[in-house]
Design a protein around this ligand. Structure first.
Ligand code: ATP
Ligand code: MG
Length: 388
């Protein structure tokens, strides 16, 4: 992306996305601020008059408390918003909920089981209970499944979906496929013949499932394990089609132009690289990016004096003999470092996003505190939706 295109992207905000989209998915590397951004986008949308639901995953405890989500609840819960700084009441509504994976998975079983007895048998199967909570990709898939359910109710103008802290943000897009191939039983059958699996080098997916499988094997012993496994395959027979259709529907919903991805990153090179890969991947998959949020950015400072001249001034002070001067010299050095950091971050952002062209690039400054209350979210919401 040229410097010009990047500057253009910087002049736009996520305001359009907040007003127009029906689904916003925040995604990005671990710890960059996905949950915070999802909650802040929810606040912005409620302020813009929309009935909004934020589906969070593992929010930090204090943020969960601030949003009234401290007890694990799988149902939407209304969040009160005060009048904003100018005394304006929110014209829309903010609701929030926390994803409960097991409940969502169980409901999915209820929906696709051939009979209530069949559903009950699966839900009490130990293989199912362990795999449904440990298989890699399950959390991502369940978030998508819950999104589908909530979208079907037609009750919401906007659903904002947070994504789990995956090793790689890309795992998230693979989750529906991974889940269906697991359900088709291919993986488990392969795992029952470990030599075959290793010989064919089926890759990371098998590695992750094998770990989950070994965990099950460690908890349930011998014959019991074999019995549960046999039951599991018998009970799942006939459900694969339903799951597969459902996964296809989820992907279709995500491909809708009113579903958009907000790619969150910090200004450090590794998360930025992931953001770039993710943007490329969205394009390949025909999915829509709302824009990039670079979170926790060191705010830019006036050009003068430069970092180098601050450092020179500090050196001069070091040479003097006034006892107050070392403190002043340290302050100047610190300012010089902060300025260098601000410059480096902008350079890294430009370098990482060179090949992709996000239409919107919003920088959120590093706040002096964690974002764990509605006031903090309001502050971020304003930054996300204000054009420069
Ligand atoms: N702009 C900011 N300034 C200061 N602190 C921030 C900012 N944005 C987020 N934080 C803090 O950073 C921490 C991580 O944020 P958050 O939980 O949103 O990240 P995440 O991407 O959802 O993490 P995970 O991948 O673990 O789910 C939180 O404590 C949050 O309050
Ligand atoms: Mg999170």
């Amino acid at each position: 992306m040229s410097a010009r295109a990047l500057d253009d992207a910087r002049t736009r905000s996520l305001d359009d996305a907040v007003r127009e989209a029906n689904v916003l998915v925040t995604t990005g590397a671990g710890g960059v601020g996905k949950t915070t951004a999802a909650a802040a986008l929810g606040v912005a949308a409620a302020r813009a008059g929309r009935r909004t639901l934020v589906l969070t995953i593992d929010p930090a405890r204090r943020l969960a408390q601030a949003m009234g989500l401290d007890g694990l609840t799988d149902e939407p819960h209304r969040v009160d918003l005060d009048a904003d700084a100018s005394g304006q009441e929110a014209t829309g509504e903010l609701w929030a909920m926390m994803l409960d994976m097991q409940t969502t998975f169980d409901r999915l079983i209820d929906r696709h089981a051939t009979s209530p007895q069949n559903a009950a048998a699966i839900k009490s199967n130990r293989i199912y209970r362990t795999l449904s909570s440990t298989l890699s990709g399950t959390q991502e898939y369940m978030a998508m499944e819950r999104l589908h359910e909530l979208h079907d109710t037609g009750e919401w103008d906007l659903l904002v979906v947070d994504t789990p802290p995956t090793r790689s943000a890309l795992d998230f897009l693979d989750a529906p496929n991974r889940m269906t191939s697991f359900l088709e039983g291919r993986l488990l059958r392969l795992l029952l013949k470990p030599g075959v699996a290793a010989g064919r080098g089926v890759g990371r997916m098998v590695g992750a499932s094998a770990t989950a499988f070994m965990r099950v094997a460690g908890r349930v012993t011998g014959m019991e394990l074999l019995q549960d496994l046999a039951d599991f395959f018998r009970d799942f027979e006939g459900m694969y089609e339903g799951f597969k259709e459902r996964a296809d529907e989820v992907l279709a919903l995500l491909r809708d132009p009113d579903s958009r991805f907000v790619v969150v990153t910090s200004p450090e090179p590794p998360p930025l690289r992931e953001a770039r890969f993710f943007l490329e991947r969205l394009e390949q998959e025909g999915l829509h990016a709302a824009g990039v949020v670079v979170n926790r950015v060191q705010p830019e400072m006036p050009r003068d004096p430069s970092a180098a001249s601050l450092r020179r001034a500090a050196e001069k002070l070091d040479d003097g003999d006034d006892p107050a001067e070392p403190a002043t010299a340290s302050a100047l050095r610190l300012l010089s470092d902060v300025r260098n950091l601000a410059t480096r971050q902008r350079r890294d952002v430009a370098a990482a996003l060179y090949s992709v062209e996000p239409s919107v690039l919003v920088e959120v400054p590093l706040l002096g505190r964690d974002v764990h209350d509605v006031d903090g979210l309001e502050e971020i919401a304003t930054t996300l939706t204000t054009t420069r």
